[in-house]
Design a binder for this molecule. Structure first.
Ligand code: DMJ
Length: 877
């Protein structure tokens, strides 16, 4: 072939001294050893030890719930008592999961079967049947009640039925759990009484939605996942009970979401109006607010065998891979303008997505994103609720979410790579080390400080222990055939045999999706939980290896930062010039004579170590308004509501605050803050809201600072103003010195301000975070392109110093003697690297066992087995 891909390295700085080199070799060796450990095979004995450890942890968690909390919905693991709604301070929307129906018990039932605790399962089912009531006068979340309670009852019924049919246990069981599920289904149905068919977000278990006693029914919006995560449970309920109504409603809600997708991008937004179907929030990602909508399209196809769901999923998936997935990152974009990313952080809920990609058969991006997530857990112990695209903590809470364990399980099933067992082991160890408390496991309030929160959510028992236990179990060790079931989003087990159970009523008006997709190997394949590429773990390793040091954790000491870029290089050697030209850099082609180079063009191929010489000129910067944000972080907003704000030229410079400024908001009185502050006691220690107008911003800020506020959000008094239509501006002082004002100050237009004041009215306690919209590592503003002229040629001896003396230059000099490194040599180098890695492994295992390193380190060059090698073209931009 005339054309070859070659690599060009940018090397900056000077060669290391010998001491540094030794240090580098030592650290690299240790890291190589650690990496080997991660890829090392796990013996069956070791797996058993870890599985036993997981069972012990489960006993501690479940035992504590039963001892200290049952019949309450949840355990408060720090106070060693149950959380009873109404008796504890209201936590906002999180409490909508609590329906006084022993939530944790029901959510845990089928976990008991997975963990082979069949006596405990039988006891727990008896308790559920005898003691749980579903008709409480409580307003609950339709979504949470569906996935946790209805799903929990159905999963437990399916398991109870299976055990009963085996004839050993549960002989007394007469479908009581299914009857309870049916009762609960009927209690949720009033939520679907909307003109659109999208469900209300909340329902009163006793009084429904529109009943005067229901205390709900005023909501106009719901999240996409909330409306789109009903089909598995509702269809299973219909097919098991013979009542079509459930499946019909869930299906209708999915039809509406599909109808309302943005036709240009094929993406959906995060929040939708349940009455008219208009999008309320148009940001689109795969995490919070949308996540399980996509999951349920894929799984509805698996469970129900209906192609419509798969076709919809495939169309969305293509859009996700085009706009949202930038491996290893998963971004959030605007559904109407999807090439623009709308925020610079990711939420931890998206950690389920690699697992879904495994079901789709798309392993490469799954491995990449999972590896990124693993690196984040290495850095912060757990996945923070939100972390920036530079992997810094954006929001440090970790409520023991299971999504990362879930994806780890799927990746292990698909690859057979023992690396994923090591990842699972690290999850187990961290839970024990940092979340275990005497009465259970406590959520982490902030991964940076390791402080705990008095909560252990039911999904910890429903999901985390299932995925961890299954990761370390063989199929034969389970009391049922795991491949006969599909996991709901709450990890409840539903039998895929339901696909052959006809829906009780065939009539539906589901719109068949037009197919306009790039098809690939997996577009119509039946998802499988079997190893997709049987025991060839090396391809996963080659994919992972590029992301090993993504977050900087465990990075070898590099005195010479080397940035590698891939350049297509023709024999003529001209492509790099074109490539750089395309980046706006103009080059003078290499003058061989000048460089004293006498070899043929062929000799210029290969790996180059070069220095770049360039004269740089820069145009003076215009003054720019740095957009800021007000992010609502307390429940129910949980960081999802982000309001664009303008900065101030005075007061605290938020671009210099690493974590922004956080606080709860209080309205100033008077609201304009133009006179003495009447409610100073309330304002103290809070972020004040003050209306624009009547007096200067600086005067308002001074008065509120004196009253003890920790920040001020000014709200525009001009009705209808909003950040989409009105350019942002910087608030200025009053002409006098403003150095006395040290508060952070931001400005919201009235439409954004109204969101904030409405939130305050509804929820009383609203915590917000003030910070610049885009904060890049080490920069507060996106860098402007520089105008550059670059001369590109080989250096003469001693010329580097001369060049440096001429002022601002970049040096790009081809070093002689390092020109020719053919691919064969590269392979040789890599083989050498593997051999030395193997040596580290052997050394490490000398004292324990003689088992060599796994195949994972043996053939990183073998990319022919890549799961994508047969798939369609990469659709990433
Ligand atoms: C679970 O309740 C479900 O997995 C849901 O889909 C979203 N996440 C929580 C656990 O994090």
């Amino acid at each position: 072939m005339g054309r070859r891909d070659k690599k060009l390295y940018w090397e900056l700085g000077n060669p290391p001294g010998t001491g540094m080199m030794l240090k580098t070799i030592l650290i690299t060796s240790l890291l190589g050893w650690a990496r080997c450990q991660e890829s090392q095979n796990m013996t069956p004995e070791e797996k058993t030890v870890i599985r036993d450890q997981i069972v012990e942890m489960f006993d501690h968690a479940y035992g504590s719930y039963m001892k200290y909390a049952y019949p309450a919905d949840e355990l408060m693991p720090l106070s060693c008592r149950g959380r009873v709604r109404g008796l504890e301070p209201n936590r906002g929307d999180i409490d909508d999961s609590l329906g006084k129906f022993s939530l944790t018990l029901i959510d845990t039932l089928d976990t008991l079967v997975v963990l082979n605790k069949l006596d405990d399962f039988e006891d727990a089912v008896r308790k559920t049947v005898r003691e749980v009531r579903l008709d409480n006068d409580v307003v609950v979340s339709v979504f949470e009640t569906n996935i946790r309670v209805l799903g929990g009852l159905l999963g437990a019924h399916v398991m109870a039925d299976h055990l009963r049919q085996r004839g050993e246990r549960m002989q007394w069981y007469e479908d009581e759990l299914l009857h309870m599920a049916k009762e609960l289904g009927h209690r949720l149905l009033p939520a679907f009484n909307t003109t659109s068919g999208l469900p209300y977000p909340r329902v009163n278990l006793r009084y429904g939605v529109l009943n005067p006693l229901s205390r709900t029914g005023t909501e106009s919006d719901t999240c996409t996942a909330c409306a789109g995560t009903m089909i598995l449970e509702f269809a299973a309920l219909s097919r098991l009970s013979g009542e079509a109504v459930f499946e019909e409603h869930a299906r209708k809600a999915l039809d509406v979401l599909w109808e309302k997708r943005q036709r240009g991008s094929d993406l959906v937004g995060t929040v939708i109006n349940i009455h008219n179907g208009d999008w309320v929030r148009r940001d689109s990602g795969v995490g919070a607010g949308i996540d399980s909508y996509y999951e349920y399209l894929m799984k509805a196809y698996i469970l129900l065998g209906d192609n419509v769901y798969l076709e919809r999923f495939n169309i969305h998936y293509s859009a996700i891979m085009k706009y949202i997935s930038q491996p290893p990152l998963l971004l959030n974009v605007h559904m109407h303008n999807p090439t623009v990313s709308v925020r610079s952080w990711m939420d931890s809920l998206l950690a389920f997505f690699p697992g879904l990609q495994v079901l789709r058969g798309d392993l490469k991006p799954a491995i990449e994103t999972h590896e990124m997530l693993y690196q984040v857990t290495k850095q912060h112990k757990f996945l923070p609720e939100a972390f920036t695209t530079e992997f810094r903590v954006h929001w440090g809470q970790h409520p023991l979410r299971p999504e990362f364990a879930e994806s780890t399980y799927y990746l292990y099933k698909a690859t057979g790579d023992p690396y994923y067992l090591r990842v699972g082991q690290s999850i187990v160890e961290k839970l024990n080390a940092y979340a275990r408390v005497p009465c259970g496991f406590a959520a982490v309030q902030d991964v940076r400080t390791g402080t705990h929160e008095d909560r252990m959510d039911s999904f910890f028992l429903a999901e985390m222990f299932k995925y961890l236990y299954l990761l370390f179990s063989e199929k034969s060790q389970l009391p049922f055939d795991i491949d006969d079931y599909i996991f709901t989003t709450e990890a409840h087990l539903l039998p895929v045999s339901l696909s052959t159970t006809q829906p009780p009523c065939q009539g539906n008006n589901t719109e068949a999706a037009p197919i306009s997709l790039e098809e690939d190997l997996f577009t119509y394949s039946c998802p499988s939980t079997q190893t997709l590429f049987p025991n060839n773990p090396s391809f996963a390793k080659t994919i992972r290896d590029s992301y090993k040091y993504l977050t900087g954790v465990g990075r070898a000491f590099h005195p010479l930062p080397v940035r590698e870029i891939e350049l297509p290089l023709h024999d003529s050697g001209m492509e790099p010039v074109e490539f750089l030209k395309s980046m706006g850099i103009s080059l003078t082609p290499l003058n061989e004579a000048m460089a004293g180079e006498t070899g043929s063009q062929k000799e210029h191929k290969g790996v180059y170590r070069v220095k770049l010489v360039a004269e740089v000129s820069q145009t003076p910067e215009e003054e720019e308004v740095v957009p800021h944000i007000v992010q609502l972080i307390s429940p129910p907003f949980l960081g999802r509501t982000v309001l664009t704000a303008g900065p101030a030229k005075f007061g605290m410079d938020l671009t210099k605050q690493e974590h922004g400024v956080k606080g709860s908001i209080v309205k100033a009185s008077p609201y304009t803050a133009c006179g003495p502050i009447d409610n100073a006691a309330e304002v103290k220690g809070h972020i004040a809201l003050a209306l624009r107008g009547d007096c200067m911003f600086a005067g308002k800020a001074r008065r509120l600072q004196e009253a003890g506020a920790i920040g001020v959000i000014f709200i525009d008094h001009r009705e209808g103003s909003n950040s989409e239509e009105t350019p942002l501006f910087q608030m200025v002082g009053d002409g006098d010195s403003t150095t006395d004002i040290s508060l952070p100050l931001v400005f919201l237009f009235s439409r954004e301000g109204a969101v904030l004041t409405a939130a305050l009215e509804e929820h009383h306690n609203v915590d917000v975070l003030l910070l610049p919209k885009e904060r890049q590592l080490g920069h507060d503003k996106p860098e402007k392109p520089l105008a550059m002229n670059i001369k590109f040629r080989l250096a003469e001896d001693g010329e580097l110093e001369e060049g440096a003396a001429r002022g601002p230059t970049l040096e790009f000099v081809l070093e002689k003697g390092e020109v020719l490194v053919e691919e064969e040599e590269e392979e040789e180098e890599l083989r050498g690297e593997q051999q030395s890695q193997q040596q580290y492994c052997t050394k490490a295992s000398e004292n324990e066992s003689t088992e060599p390193c796994s195949a994972a380190v043996l053939s990183p060059l073998d990319s022919s087995q890549s799961p994508n090698s047969n798939s369609g073209p990469d659709t990433n931009p």
